[in-house]
Structures are given as structure tokens and as C-alpha cells.
Design a protein around this ligand. Structure first.
Ligand code: BTN
Length: 250
């Protein structure tokens, strides 16, 4: 396995609009920063082998040793009527599909933006707005060993390698992920979350789990068609949550 993510290697796996143009840096601060405010067409992709200031949600850092992970951002110009926060669920479906194909296992989506394999987080998505554009970043842990995963992560992390015991071809997974993302994104642009709704339901990691979010505790229910998470509170009322940091029981 060559295991490189430069354009010459990944070109063999790029079959759609996403990845045209394909910007590759061996190292950069953050792939998000390469695309935020860039005068590039929708589908432009930035990829690196190492981020020195990788960004996670809630102001956290996103870290991975060089050449172990997929660190990718895509420039999107969604229609005005779509709600950009839903894009982390769109990414979740695409990444979960790519993870399943790479591993032969069934991954889940932990609302609103994590992909879980064997109850551990293997990927996260981050959508950042820049005017009318959105930069959607995905970090997917592929070949890290257990010792290379962050020890202080808020959700217990894993990589495809720690779950399957095998190393995986990052270029092939990246190509597949970009194709899946393009198809999920196109469906969302046209119809919103409706076409992705069955898969979001089937992969809903939090469903039935005890959670607390924004100071409210209860049992998580369905992900609604508008992307909100349903919560049956301890006071027996049903509320829907638009965003927030979820704490959950395993
Ligand atoms: C999360 O907190 O779960 C979201 C993590 C998103 C990380 C990716 S890695 C590629 C892109 N560049 C960044 O700096 N962040 C995103």
C-alpha cells in the first residue's frame, strides 16, 4: 500500500465533482483555513497529512500524528433555503457509509456530528460558515494505534485500525468518502434531510440512551427531519434540541 494522499495518488479514486480542484499540503495549520474565504468553485477539496492547528467543535483541537488519518475539507455553496447545521448530519451519513465499506462493520451516527464504530468515535465533522459558503471538514481516524489516539478526548476515540486490527488504504477511503458526500449533499440540496432520514434513524447511536444536553437530562429519541434530536426528559416532557454538547451514558 503506498498510503499517500497527494493528487497523483488520489486521482485514481476521484470520480465526481468533489475533489475538483484538489488542494494537497503535506502539512498545514488546518484544511478548514485553506478553504475559508477562498475564491474556488463548490467541490474544491483541501487535504493534508498533518495539521498543526486542527480544529474540532466547541473550540477544541483535532489532532492526529502525520499520515495516520483522513483530514479533509470541502467547499460548499448550499442553496439559501437549506440550514447549514444539518450538514454535519449529511457528512455523518456519508462518512458512516464509507467506514462500513472499508471495514465490513456497521457504524453509527452520534448526533450531531460524530461517527461511532464499536461505541467509540472514529470521525467528526465540522461545518464553518464563510458568507454564503460553508466549509465542511471531516477528520477520520484511520491508521492510528491505540497509543496515538488522543487520551483526553470527550468521547472515547478509536481508529479503523484499532477496531479491525488492520491498516487501511487512506486514498481509497478518501475517494469513496468524497463520492458518498457528493451524493448525500446533492440529495440534501434538493430535498433536505428527507432522503437521508431512514439512514439517520437506522444509525442513531443515542436512541434510547440516557443523555444530558444544555442542562436537560432524559432519554434520547429520534433525529427529526429538521435535524433536531428528540429528548424525553426526566419530567416526562418531550423536547427537541437544535445543538449543544451531549453527555451520554455508555
Ligand atoms: C469534531 O470536533 O468532532 C469535528 C472535528 C473536525 C476535524 C476536521 S479535520 C479536517 C478539518 N480541518 C480542521 O481543522 N478540522 C476539520
Amino acid at each position: 500500500m503506498t498510503d499517500a494522499l497527494d493528487q497523483a495518488t488520489v486521482a485514481a479514486y476521484l470520480a465526481g465533482r468533489f475533489g475538483d480542484p484538489y488542494l494537497y499540503e503535506p502539512e498545514c495549520a488546518s484544511t478548514q483555513a485553506l478553504l475559508l474565504g477562498a475564491d474556488l468553485p463548490e467541490g474544491a477539496v483541501a487535504v493534508t497529512d498533518h495539521q498543526t492547528a486542527g480544529r474540532g467543535r466547541h473550540g477544541r483541537r483535532w489532532e492526529a500524528p502525520p499520515r495516520t488519518a483522513i483530514l479533509v475539507s470541502v467547499l460548499l455553496r448550499p442553496p439559501r433555503e437549506r440550514r447549514a447545521p444539518e450538514l454535519s448530519l449529511v457528512a455523518g451519513v456519508a462518512v458512516a457509509d464509507a467506514v462500513d465499506r472499508a471495514t465490513g462493520l456497521t457504524s453509527q451516527i452520534k448526533w450531531p456530528n460524530d461517527v461511532m464504530l464499536n461505541r467509540r468515535k472514529v470521525a467528526g465533522a465540522l461545518a464553518e460558515l464563510a458568507g454564503d459558503a460553508v466549509v465542511l471538514g471531516v477528520g477520520l481516524n484511520v491508521n492510528q494505534t491505540r497509543a496515538e489516539l488522543p487520551a483526553d478526548a470527550s468521547t472515547e476515540p478509536a481508529s479503523l485500525r484499532t477496531v479491525t486490527g488492520e491498516e487501511h488504504d487512506r486514498a481509497a477511503i478518501l475517494g469513496d468518502l468524497l463520492l458518498r458526500l457528493e451524493s448525500c449533499y446533492d440529495a440534501w440540496c434538493e430535498h433536505g434531510l428527507d432522503p437521508l432520514y431512514p439512514e439517520l434513524g437506522a444509525r442513531n447511536f443515542l436512541h434510547g440512551r440516557r443523555v444530558s444536553v444544555n442542562g436537560v437530562s432524559g432519554t434520547a429519541g429520534a433525529i427529526h427531519r429538521d435535524g433536531r434530536l428528540e429528548l424525553l426528559t426526566d419530567e416526562h416532557t418531550t423536547v427537541t434540541v437544535e445543538s449543544g454538547e451531549i453527555a451520554y451514558e455508555r
